[in-house]
Design a protein around this ligand. Structure first.
Ligand code: SER
Length: 321
């Protein structure tokens, strides 16, 4: 059997950092090439700088490392993407098309494309949102994810590429920091609480969004990528869900650990983005097709975040002393 050789783009990002470590655990140090546009200091694998718009270099890396699978995580997130829509479109959509064309030309066996709850928009039903619904997003990031899903579906049907995709909810992890997203507040709030600082929230207290613990997001990614091919019935993003909460819900749960913790609400432009998304997700197709099930409840996620961040900040304190 041919051994797998995996290339991951955007390996320095919030999910990429954790997924890279998991892939190295599963496939071995020598079989995972982590790449990003900038230097990586938090991944301990093989690393190459890669700008996904540089097709020549991309092709060289694929050939040199005999790549058989690509996890394509490089992209700009929802809030940051709004600062320069044309630049975001170029990186997020044309970057994906580069990956798909490289995959087609090099007979890459499997490709992973992360989609997002950002595909949803005002005309999408907001509660228990089904898999197939109107998708008219308000952000350029969301437009890139909808069209990205459609291109994945097209390349899969037209060229037989084995592409697998998930619509991630907001991801909460202690291992890495998000950057430029609308769900980022739900990670930042933990760092502030553990450091005994006040939290300034950029959303209103009752803004409900679907979220998931990082460990479950990684588990879902590995599950869909290792599922038998005949179980993958959708070649665009599968809905996956764990729990939903508001800033006030998470604040009150964290307060159980830090009774003096303070929050202030100062909604900014990200409020409109959050309002255009949905409140909860129906993921029955993922459950039925490839056995998806989340492990962590909201309360377990909060407990794990606090425990891990306490250790992290203790270590930092010791290093500084
Ligand atoms: N977490 C992302 C964001 O907030 C959505 O996929 O942009």
């Amino acid at each position: 059997m041919q051994k797998e050789s995996i290339l991951i783009t955007g390996a320095n990002g919030q999910i990429g950092t954790v997924l890279s470590e998991k892939l190295i655990d599963l496939y071995g140090f020598d079989n995972v090439l982590t790449t990003d546009i900038g230097h990586i200091d938090n991944i301990h694998g093989k690393f190459e700088i890669l700008d996904i718009m540089d097709l020549k270099h991309f092709q060289e890396l694929i050939t040199k490392n005999k790549i058989t699978q690509i996890y394509h995580l490089a992209s700009l997130l929802s809030a940051k993407g709004e600062k320069d829509p044309m630049f975001t479109w170029n990186i997020n959509l044309n970057g994906l098309l580069n990956v798909l064309n490289i995959a087609k030309d090099n007979k890459i066996k499997k490709i992973f494309f992360p989609s997002s709850i950002a595909v949803f928009g005002d005309s999408t039903p907001k509660v228990n949102t089904p898999q197939d619904v109107p998708l008219v997003p308000d952000t350029v990031y969301g437009i890139g994810k909808v069209t990205g899903e459609l291109w994945c579906n097209y390349y899969s049907k037209r060229y037989g590429l084995d592409i697998r995709s998930l619509r991630y909810p907001g991801i909460i992890g202690y291992q890495s920091l998000p950057g430029g997203g609308t769900t980022d507040y739900a990670v930042d709030i933990f760092h502030k609480a553990v450091k005994h600082e006040k939290f300034n929230c950029f959303l209103k207290k009752d803004t409900m969004m679907p979220m998931m613990f990082m460990d479950d997001a990684i588990h879902a990614t590995i599950m869909i990528m290792t599922a038998p091919e005949q179980n993958i019935r959708l070649r665009y993003g599968y809905n996956i869900a764990a729990f939903s909460f508001t800033p006030e819900d998470i604040y009150l749960e964290i307060k159980k650990y830090y009774p003096d913790f303070k929050i202030e609400y100062n909604p900014d432009f990200r409020q409109n983005i959050a309002d255009s998304w949905v409140k909860s997700i129906n993921d029955s197709k993922a459950r039925k097709d490839w056995g998806w099930e989340p492990e962590y409840t909201f309360e377990q996620m909060v407990e794990s975040m606090i425990n891990h961040l306490r250790i992290l900040y203790k270590k930092e304190e010791h290093t500084l002393l």
